[in-house]
Design a protein around this ligand. Structure first.
Ligand SMILES: [Zn+2]
Length: 418
């Protein structure tokens, strides 16, 4: 089949049947799947039924029944994968919502509720696009697959990470994660992370004589935290092919976050001491103090380099007795020259009639697991940013319909024809 003929007819079908797509998204919103606690059985059952009804084979897999992922697909051979998480962050204080977060409300221009932008409507658009290829029996030269995962909002270890470690992405040549990006940008890289846990020991004594006979564990951690921001001077090194993406990413961060110098968040290390614990009583010299520090690492800098600098800081401060442990995940990116990136950008620009810019993000998501496995991966999905992880979350219907069109068109380009 000619990919451009298939594309034209699918885009017409999506226009004609967009109410079905909106109804699917609304149904997904009506099934709460807050994480924590992370119970997703009902939404997993709903999606499994949708897949079965559309003749798409699916299986439920995972490390335990508490973490069911759906792997589904049509066709054979090397796979173009979609990925979407079906958990949402809790709605929080209901009084702060102007509508029921789980009502699945549809207005003339928006779908409203928890998970509309992050990311049940992106997931709905991917499922809907996929169902059309099954219904229309469009011949594919490879496999069109999807991973629907449960625990992205708490780190993804039991969802996407588990799927990749267990071989479910071994046949993938590309992956599209339907996370919210908004229509004018697609995500092609993310920062890495070093989570540092430090524990300082001291010598207990009465507080009144502590300066002479004790050893204050809190003051050791305070000394360290007083200089930890020195790590922020570390920056990434970028290749020529990444230079334009870097410029665009810094501009986008500057526009979105609107604070002095905030564009630097893309190519600099950031440091956030998030937890500190120490001491028992005001008149006792504390003999233990612990802290957790979240360090984000830009593309072009390894976590090893950051850990070395941290160790150097401990030496300079004579804090050799401070114990520490680190959990590292590397920054990751997909080259913009990859066919996947060009195809999404071209189709998105054709559907929207505006520029779509590949960019790096300051946060991270499940996309990293595919990239670290070597699968070219990008994120593109409908979004109204203000409600994400906040109140009054919604998404524009036009954004959802266009996402379905862009996904369908991309599948045509990458999987239809000789
Ligand atoms: Zn998300």
């Amino acid at each position: 089949m000619d990919p451009s003929a298939a594309k034209r007819s699918l885009l017409d079908i999506i226009d004609a049947r967009k109410n079905e797509l909106v109804a699917l998204c609304s149904d997904l919103i009506k099934i709460p799947s807050e994480n924590p606690p992370g119970k997703v059985d009902e939404i997993v059952a709903f999606i499994s039924r949708f897949l079965a009804k559309n003749g798409i084979e699916s299986r439920i897999v995972g490390p335990s029944p508490a973490y069911p992922s759906i792997v589904a697909g049509i066709g054979k051979g090397r796979a173009l994968l979609f990925n979407g998480h079906c958990d949402v962050v809790p709605a929080g204080d209901r009084a702060r919502w102007d509508f029921d977060p789980y009502g699945g409300d549809v207005t003339s221009t928006t779908i409203r509720g928890r998970g509309t932008s992050d990311m049940k409507c992106g997931l709905g658009a991917a499922l809907f696009a996929m169902s059309l290829f099954a219904q229309e029996r469009i011949p594919l030269k490879g496999r069109l697959g999807i991973h629907i995962v449960p625990d992205e909002e708490t780190g993804g270890a039991h969802g996407t990470k588990w799927l990749i470690e267990n071989g479910y992405a071994d046949d993938a040549f590309a992956c599209i994660v339907a996370e919210p990006t908004g229509s004018d940008t697609c995500e092609v890289g993310q920062k890495g992370q070093v989570r540092i846990h430090v524990a300082a020991e001291g010598k207990a004594a009465h507080g009144s004589i502590g300066n002479y006979v004790g050893e204050n564990a809190i003051m050791k951690i305070v000394a360290l935290l007083g200089r930890i921001e020195e790590l922020r001077s570390m920056t990434g090194e970028y290749s020529e092919s990444q230079a334009q993406v870097l410029i665009d990413s810094k501009r986008i961060a500057q526009e979105k976050l609107d604070r002095p110098q905030v564009g630097d968040v893309i190519d600099h290390v950031t440091v956030n001491p998030g937890i500190i614990k120490g001491g028992t009583k005001i008149n006792m010299v504390p003999d233990l103090c612990e802290a957790d520090i979240d360090v984000r690492v830009p593309i072009g800098l390894s976590t090893r380099q950051v850990v070395s600098r941290f160790e150097e800081l401990l030496r300079q401060l004579n804090l050799n007795s401070v114990r520490y442990s680190v959990e590292c995940s590397e920054a990751n990116y997909t080259e913009v020259s990859e066919p996947l990136v060009r195809t999404i950008v071209d189709n998105a620009e054709a559907v929207w009639h505006h520029r779509v810019v590949p960019a790096y993000q300051w946060a991270s998501s499940d996309a990293r697991y595919y990239r670290l496995k070597g699968v070219p991966t990008l994120q593109y999905g409908p979004a109204n940013t203000p409600g994400i992880h906040s109140y009054n979350e919604d998404v524009d219907i036009e954004d959802v319909v266009n996402a379905a069109k862009i996904y369908a068109a991309t599948i045509c380009d990458l999987l239809v024809g000789i």
